[in-house]
Design a protein around this ligand. Structure first.
Ligand SMILES: NC(=O)C1=CN([C@@H]2O[C@H](COP(=O)(O)OP(=O)(O)OC[C@H]3O[C@@H](n4cnc5c(N)ncnc54)[C@H](O)[C@@H]3O)[C@@H](O)[C@H]2O)[C@H](O)CC1
Ligand SMILES: [K+]
Length: 515
């Protein structure tokens, strides 16, 4: 799913109005009707108090138009205009008049002197600011927003939580509505998924207000949201006459004394992801560990007893996944550097591999094109430096990806695969996966997919999705606390099977009776 920027949404707006030969207030009416239908379906006329807080722009206009539909259907509403500017939008004013025709008189708020009382069982509709917010709200508006956040009432935001910028990081976190549910027009917004701002949204849903499909289809976006529909087009089915050679050979290199588990996890994950063959390349200390833990894999040992000191092998794997548990001793740094200088194979680099690159930036020029790097936030900071907010971070990652012609998997709650100018945000995964070894599993999956002939970009997008989906299936039986990296590997099979599962259909009345 594409994530459009505010600029693109405004453009779609203009094109739709022109093509359909409609007034802009008709689009607002569509938006308001969609909002109303959503609420009406759930509330069925319930007399819960609904407080609608509306700004003076079009987001406020949506709220005012929604208020009209609610009052027409007998709902118990109270409307407030958060009067933060004299520049009221045309469609806001049209809808204000329509509301007044119903004898509904909003309270105009010009300061935070008299904040209305809100019951914890009431509902708040947040239509203060939409995608037009372009500077931090005034202090008194921030107080109103804080008052709403403190009310404990359910907050339903129109389009975006008020106070969040659509395409830049916030200046002040106290001026943002903490939404329980966001009904977002046409597209979710990028900020719903970034670490700093994602927490302001508990749940979201897109309402289709019929913006010009042609424009939406043709327009490239900087970011895409990746779900099952997107990865299904990447999936490579197995061929009837395929053999284990068809599905590639993954070499997993890493480990040191006390950290062999990481190589076990990566190697096993590469195998479960579908790699035809897997060889682990480890220091001597790892030989029995790997052979005992994983009978399906082959093991090669380095000259070093406890750490990698001489990364050389006489086999021809399809791809190398390297870095997990490897340590950063002088000998290992030396052999890793030599390896990079001579290597021609596709690479996935994780953990200490990344740490060595961060300390020896001159090695970056040896990365083969489309190498996949999988940093967690600290590793990323070591690699690219620190950032002021999520937007600056993404800009820096894009520049890095472009400069070194590599893919960066920015790990987080919504992992983002960055390929030069473009970012792909993952939708699977859960907080239970913040546990030892899940990163090693991801590296193994990505290596295993590359071995099977997926392009680096497809492997990164699909691998990140599968990893999260396995975790999501696993957590149903483990709970968040007890989810381990091994559970993620064990559920890879279920994640693959889940790709082709049809969504469950609701059971009809007759079917229910015949059961
Ligand atoms: N295509 C669609 O998706 C449709 C969206 N609709 C809704 O319209 C808003 C966007 O409306 P807009 O009037 O452009 O912006 P806002 O409502 O967000 O209002 C902000 C308004 O105020 C000015 N402003 C910005 N920041 C501040 C500030 N800190 N203090 C004071 N004033 C500020 C700014 O200049 C704006 O004019 C969208 O989110 C949807 O809800 C349409 O209803 C249907 C089509
Ligand atoms: K809003």
């Amino acid at each position: 799913m594409k994530l459009y920027s505010a600029k693109q949404i405004y453009k779609a707006d203009q094109i739709s109005i022109k093509k359909e030969e409609i007034e802009s207030n008709e689009l607002m009416e569509r938006a308001a009707l969609q909002l109303f239908n959503w609420m009406h379906l759930r509330m069925q006329g319930a007399q819960v108090k609904i407080h609608l807080f509306c700004g003076i722009g079009n987001n406020g206009g949506d709220g005012i138009a929604l208020a009209r539909h609610l009052v027409d259907h007998g709902y118990n509403i109270e409307v407030y205009v958060v009067n933060y500017s004299e520049k009221r939008s045309k469609d806001f004013l049209i809808n204000l008049d329509r509301l007044k025709d119903r004898k509904v008189w909003p309270s105009f708020m010009n300061s935070d002197d008299q904040l209305p009382e809100i019951g914890r069982d009431d509902i708040i509709v947040d239509g203060i600011f939409g995608i037009g917010l372009n500077r931090t709200p005034d202090a008194w508006v921030a107080k109103v927003i804080q008052h709403l956040n403190n009310s404990q009432a359910f907050i339903l935001s129109i389009d975006i939580p008020s106070g969040l910028f659509t395409d830049q990081g916030p200046d002040d976190f106290d001026t943002i509505i903490q939404s329980n549910y966001v009904l977002s027009f046409q597209t979710p917004k990028l900020v719903f998924f970034l670490p700093e701002t994602g927490g302001f949204i508990e749940q979201w849903e897109v309402l289709d207000i019929g913006l010009d499909p042609e424009y939406l289809m043709q327009t490239e976006t900087e970011y895409e949201l990746i779900g099952k529909n997107e990865v299904l087009t990447l999936y490579k089915p197995r061929e009837k006459y395929g053999h284990k050679g068809t599905y590639g050979h993954s070499l997993i290199a890493g480990g040191s004394y006390g950290k062999m588990g990481s190589v076990c996890l990566s190697s096993k994950a590469a195998l479960y992801a579908g790699s035809g063959l897997v060889t682990s390349f480890v220091p001597k200390i790892g030989y029995s560990i790997l052979q005992t833990a994983l009978p399906e894999i082959m093991v090669m040992t380095d000259a070093g007893d406890n750490e990698l000191t001489d990364i050389k092998f006489d086999i021809e794997p399809s791809v190398v996944g390297i870095g997990m548990g490897m340590g950063t001793s002088d000998a290992t740094v030396k052999t890793f550097s030599e390896f990079l200088k001579h290597n021609k194979l596709p690479l996935v680099i994780d953990a200490d591999g990344l740490n060595i690159l961060s300390k020896n930036k001159e090695l970056l020029k040896y990365l083969p094109d489309n190498t996949i790097l999988t940093p967690h936030p600290k590793e990323l900071e070591r690699l690219i430096g620190s950032w002021k907010d999520d937007f600056e971070k993404l800009k820096m990652v894009k520049a890095f990806s472009k400069k070194y012609n590599c893919l960066v998997v920015v790990k987080g709650a919504h992992t983002i695969v960055v390929n030069k100018e473009k970012g792909y945000l993952n939708t699977t995964g859960n907080p239970g996966m913040a546990t030892a070894g899940t990163g090693d599993v991801l590296t193994g999956i990505l290596t295993g997919l590359l071995a099977q002939g997926y392009s680096a970009l497809d492997a990164a997008i699909f691998g990140v999705y599968l990893h999260g989906r396995s975790g999501d299936i696993a957590v149903e039986s483990t709970g968040f606390q007890s989810l381990t990296a091994s559970h993620v590997i064990e559920n890879l099979a279920n994640a693959y099977l889940d790709l082709f599962k049809m969504p469950e259909q609701p059971v009809t009345e007759e079917e229910n009776q015949s059961n």
